[in-house]
Design a protein around this ligand. Structure first.
Ligand code: AHN
Ligand code: ZN
Length: 329
């Protein structure tokens, strides 16, 4: 849909004088008529998260991981997206060879103007922050499954909707994000042990010379009362995109979630997409504003990261905000 421009002060003051007036100047952005995006269904997103968790922990080199990858591909194809898979191997911090798979899906593949959405679909092989059973894998309902659930539900919503966004949408489901070196591994610190799938993709795009206007990464976007702050690398690489998304979230009623608060920079998939892949990407990631000792929520890398932490209200806030952004590009 073409953005409809109108000059709101024309009738009262005449366009020229209003513009020269400075204080009354209206930016082009504000003069665009807002497109109403279709409704994001949080019940459906919740079910898509529960389904992933039911496979068991999605740890690379396990049957549950393989089966979940197949399921994500089948879901995307079922929603009419064009799907590409990247299978590759990388070595983990502890020397294990990981069999990994990035999944890339496209809506409206012919559109030149594109937005890239991302989430990681693997789960951490350990619960290294948990006092109990720190060496067994976690459900990763929030850390992993929530972002995937929101993306799949966005794909389903666009498929079902009569009105489509003008912009093309690509979705990347990164593998091997959460196999990073634990703090207490006893090994000397190694760089670049997290985010293996995004490191691979950033060097080996699924399409040569792939370009997107910008990207949005979702990580831990499902916990009850989640707060999303302006993360440091997102601000450093893509401040205007943070502003755009936060403005959208606040405008449509989710000011409890999208906070105008700055948070420290973290290494997450968006870091490699920005630094190595040369595509600006922000991270929507929960920030625990009340705990100076831990960036993340109390369930993080613990066995409590299960379906009990997932809130449909949070899923709705994130999913509806992203749909609003896509439909207004
Ligand atoms: C670090 O802890 C360095 N990065 C967090 C990335 C992450 C882990 N996201 C989910 N799990
Ligand atoms: Zn994690």
């Amino acid at each position: 849909m073409l953005a409809l421009l109108f000059c709101c002060s024309l009738a009262l003051h005449g366009c020229d004088s209003a513009e020269k007036g400075g204080a009354q100047q209206t930016t082009v952005e504000e003069m665009k008529e807002t497109v109403q995006a279709p409704a994001f269904n949080p019940d459906s997103a919740y079910a898509l998260i529960a389904k992933q968790v039911a496979f068991g922990p999605r740890v690379p080199n396990t049957a549950a991981h393989e089966a979940t990858g197949e399921w994500i591909v089948a879901k995307l194809k079922g929603y009419g997206l064009e799907v590409k898979e990247q299978r590759f191997q990388m070595e983990a911090y502890n020397g294990t060879t990981l069999n990994l798979r990035n999944i890339i899906a496209s809506i409206n593949p012919g559109a030149a103007n594109r937005v890239l959405l991302a989430a990681h679909w693997d789960t951490r092989p350990l619960a290294d922050k948990d006092e109990k059973e720190p060496n067994t894998p976690i459900d990763g309902a929030n850390d992993g499954a929530s972002g995937v659930g929101v993306l799949l539900e966005i794909a389903r919503t666009i498929k079902e909707a009569q009105l489509k966004p003008d912009v093309g949408v690509d979705m990347i489901f990164f593998d091997g994000e959460d196999y990073g070196q634990p703090d207490n591994s006893g090994l000397s610190y190694k760089d670049d042990t997290w985010c293996l799938g995004s490191q691979y993709w950033s060097k080996n795009k699924h399409v040569p010379n792939y370009r997107a206007k910008y990207g949005v990464l979702l990580d831990m976007v499902g916990a009850e009362n989640a707060r999303f702050a302006r993360e440091g690398h997102s601000m450093q690489f893509a401040r205007e995109i943070v502003n755009k998304v936060w403005k959208a979230g606040n405008k449509i009623g989710y000011s409890d979630y999208f906070k105008y608060v700055n948070a420290p920079a973290i290494i997450d998939d968006h870091y490699y997409v920005n630094r190595v892949g040369n595509i600006r990407m922000i991270d929507i990631i929960e920030y625990n504003m009340n705990n100076p000792d831990d960036y993340f929520g109390p369930y993080h890398h613990r066995h409590t990261d299960n379906m009990d932490v997932i809130s449909k209200n949070t899923l709705k806030a994130v999913g509806q905000t992203l749909l609003h952004v896509l439909y207004n590009e």
